[in-house]
Design a protein around this ligand. Sequence first.
Ligand SMILES: [Zn+2]
Length: 244
Amino acid sequence: MKKFKNSWLIQLKVWLRALVRDPKQFVRNRDICECSSCGYRGFFATARKGHVHAAFRCPNCESRPRDRNIALFFQKNALSFDGKSILHIAPEWPLFRQLKAEPGYVGGDIQKRRNANSIVDITSINFDSNHFDFLICNHVMEHVQDDKKAMEECYRVLKNGGVAIFSVPLSGKPETWEPPAGMSVPEIEAIVGWDHKRYYGYDFADKLEKFGFKVEIFKINEAEAKLHGIASGDFNDEIFIARK
Ligand SMILES: [Zn+2]
């Protein structure tokens, strides 16, 4: 996997964007963070003014909290993408850029995009069963009408012993909110956000387990969260580790 050296071009882009969005962050955020994705140490950029993440974007590799969370999970479990087959659904740019040259990497999206190298429909994945060592699916399921079919398909294409990593916007409640029958799309979106079909609770893990996954939430302590700019306060961006 390609590791990032200091890139002045990316840094310039991130800091310029940060300057436009929230100039006061340059005097406010003085925490030194460490990027678990690229190894950069220094200041991170804020997402936007008032955002729950003070340290949001790594200026060196553009990683966001969820990218660094996955990288930290790999580090702590001594896992590596090297030589593995990987299905990355609706790829995030920082990880796509790192992995796209790997022969076993499939960055799949439902439509052609700059940061995807394949067309993949998560409810009908065009690969054989037991094909992938890793599957990464961040903030996708909330957009999928038939999320059960999608979970079943993710389980099918993962190898025995493989690891799938999911994250979704979480309400923080135990149970998922599903819109009642007959509710209009604008009414639903007013509650759950644009194009979202539901608001998941922590029973997201149970939903995955129904299809055979063994699921745990990757837990990190406060010091790790602060150091890597991963979580703060009551904002939940946990990753669900689903093993087959
Ligand atoms: Zn980084």
